[in-house]
Design a protein around this ligand. Structure first.
Ligand SMILES: [Fe+2]
Ligand SMILES: [Fe+2]
Length: 634
């Protein structure tokens, strides 16, 4: 036992020394050394990446008093080989320490095994726990490594990262050099719960490296007596948007003592120039994330945690645009994870309690109704601290205020249907009544009451409200359903694989009328591979044309991720409009296709900066996947 402890601490010290110097602590044979994700009371996710396809095995076991070596007596394997390995350990005991390591066998028979590490499953609801908060680590492995090490030394239960993990989500080097090696000391012991920043560019790399519940860009998890709500503020968060509806629903349902929302962009900020130049004029004090604030205030959110602005700021508790110690929400900007530091406006904001422009992380310790908070700089110095006692601060009368019911859920959430659509409505609590209309008029408690699935056979706008027992009425949920007829297939015979393209050069901020322009080059391609077609870095456009093969009759959903603008036509219909000069952004649309070949036209332009273009689709019998060349002809 003693010898084991000495060996483990020796390894740890060596690892820390390396981390301090900014070098990888991982076995160099792994492309990404094993790390932990999304732990619950009974499960843990372990991921790693190998340079070549290899087998997948995790060895693990509960720690046992008196053992001479880590217990690794259980195994979890996945058949076959792969480079990205993702194993979900299930059936674990809550609040229990486990040892684990991973083993991959390479094609030449060599075995890659990680050093034994540890994790503890999520604690019981009444147990004290702690977590650390990072954000905006970006391209600063030295600072990120130091902060990860300091976080590790806290021995927290887990970590939270509020986005901008890397500087360029599409650049593998950023993940393999700047992000993972410095984080190894932390991520091999504690699960890190992440959310997307703008610098991830919504890239597939993020979704490959992080495992969160679908749809992954937003999710919730419970830890002890706290519930965390993770939101992607790169996507729409305005009232009635998918994420807004989801958050309203989940907050209303939550019985957690502490409610904590995490997203990347600041609802409140005293930063000097991102939201107006405060040295020469005025500031908006925040971003579109302010749209979510009414939900935080309505449902008693305790903390909103974010980054984006590279500095530290803690607000006073805020409620309805004023400091309010009884019912306010505390906003913490912890964007000092490594990105270049930013500055504050020259005059103080009404909401600000503490500001500091320094690389840092934050530490939260929670027991029952008490929360202790610390902000610690990259040198390990404490520079902000407070203790909150919920039972002492919050006014019980105020907390008992009437909760407005969330708008009803509608499943499916609109879109095209063929002959008939079966639509189900649900209220967050069973004792709430749902009333609806189908003729576009606003529903009232006198409108028809929902008693079971609705069968729509015509195009309609469904509007629904939930009404609580005391007569409180929710917002109106409005969802469009459109009856579609199948587009007949083209008679074109199967020809060459891939798509024809025409390549143009010019400077645009919107898609131009390509038909009025003269192409610089043309050819055919099997992939939407910009690098292979472009002849200049910036200022070009491409039109891809040909046919897409629909494998069966049905409704197809196409998604185009592009930087900058794009527009997709299928069977002559505009299906996806993703136009404008913007960072990588996903937009989707639907079309009803009969089995067979349909005209396919994708227009794209690159203004300046980064570039990206991917097309995915989902259809009858298959989930969302990249549109592979096998389905494209011209
Ligand atoms: Fe950032
Ligand atoms: Fe950011």
């Amino acid at each position: 036992m003693k010898r084991l402890a000495v060996v483990l601490s020796g390894l740890t010290l060596a690892g820390l020394a390396l981390a301090y110097l900014g070098f990888a602590t991982a076995d160099p044979a792994f492309r990404v050394a094993p790390y932990l994700q999304f732990g619950t009371q009974t499960s843990m996710v372990i991921l790693w990446e190998t340079e070549e396809p290899a087998t997948t095995r995790v060895e693990y076991g509960e720690s046992r008093y008196g053992d001479e070596a880590p217990n690794l007596s259980q195994t979890a394997t996945i058949d076959g080989t792969r480079t990205m390995h993702e194993v979900v350990l299930t059936g674990l005991k809550p609040e229990t320490k486990y040892f684990w390591r991973v083993v991959s066998v390479l094609p030449d028979g060599r075995e890659l095994a990680s050093e034994p590490s540890t994790f503890r499953t999520a604690v019981h609801d009444s147990t004290a726990f702690a977590f650390v908060l990072y954000s905006d680590t970006q391209n600063n492995p030295r600072v990120w490594g130091r902060l990860a090490e300091l976080g590790f030394l806290e021995r927290p239960n887990f970590g939270v990262h509020a986005g901008d993990l890397v500087d360029r989500g599409g650049d593998l080097e950023d993940w393999l050099v700047d992000f993972f090696p410095p984080a190894h000391v932390f991520m091999s012991r504690y699960p890190l719960y992440t959310i997307l920043g703008n610098h991830e560019d919504d890239h597939d790399n993020y979704y490959r490296y992080f495992h969160n519940p679908p749809p992954e860009y937003y999710y919730t998890f419970r830890y002890g007596n706290a519930q965390f709500f993770m939101i992607d503020t790169n996507r729409d968060v305005s009232e009635g948007s998918e994420q807004w509806n989801w958050l309203e629903w989940e907050l209303a349902k939550s019985d957690a003592t502490w409610k904590i929302v995490v997203h990347h962009h600041p609802p409140y900020s005293s930063e000097e120039n991102d939201h107006g130049n405060s040295w020469t004029g005025s500031t908006t004090y925040g971003t579109h994330a302010r749209d979510l604030v009414p939900l935080y205030e309505q449902f008693g959110v305790d903390f909103c945690l974010f980054g984006h602005v590279h500095m530290y700021e803690r607000t006073w508790p805020i409620y309805e645009g004023a400091v309010n110690q009884q019912n306010g929400v505390i906003y913490i900007n912890a964007g000092g994870g490594g990105g270049g530091l930013e500055q504050f406006a020259p005059t103080r904001s009404w909401f600000s309690a503490k500001v500091k422009s320094v690389h840092h992380y934050a530490y939260f310790a929670i027991h029952d109704q008490t929360l202790q908070f610390q902000a610690i700089d990259v040198e390990g110095r404490l520079f902000d601290y407070f203790e909150l006692r919920k039972d002492a601060v919050h006014d019980p009368a105020a907390r008992a205020r009437v909760i407005v019911p969330p708008a009803p859920r509608v499943e499916p959430s609109g879109g095209l249907f063929l002959d008939a659509a079966e639509v189900r409505l649900q209220a967050v609590f069973e004792d709430m009544a749902i009333h609806y209309t189908l003729d576009g008029t606003p529903p009232t408690p006198q409108s028809p009451r929902y008693t079971g699935p609705l069968r729509l056979t015509e195009t309609a706008t469904l509007k629904a409200i939930a009404v609580s027992r005391d007569g409180t009425v929710s917002r109106v949920r409005a969802v469009d359903f459109r009856r579609a007829t199948l587009r007949p297939p083209e008679r074109a015979a199967a020809r060459r694989p891939g798509l024809a393209y025409r390549y143009y050069e010019g400077r645009w901020e919107q898609l131009p009328d390509f038909e009025a322009l003269t192409p610089v080059a043309s050819g055919s391609t099997e992939h939407f591979d910009l690098a292979a077609i472009k002849q200049v870095e910036d200022g070009y456009g491409i039109v891809f044309e040909g046919y897409v093969e629909a494998p069966a009759d049905g409704i197809y959903t196409f998604e185009v991720l592009s930087d900058d603008g794009s527009r997709l036509y299928v069977a002559g219909e505009p299906v996806v409009d993703n136009d404008g000069s913007h960072s990588p952004r996903r937009r989707e649309g639907q079309v009803a296709l009969a089995a067979g070949r349909h005209a396919f036209r994708l227009e794209y332009f690159e203004d300046h900066g980064g570039e990206a273009l991917t097309v995915s689709w989902a259809g009858p019998g298959f989930d969302r996947q990249h549109l592979r060349p096998a389905y494209l002809t011209h």
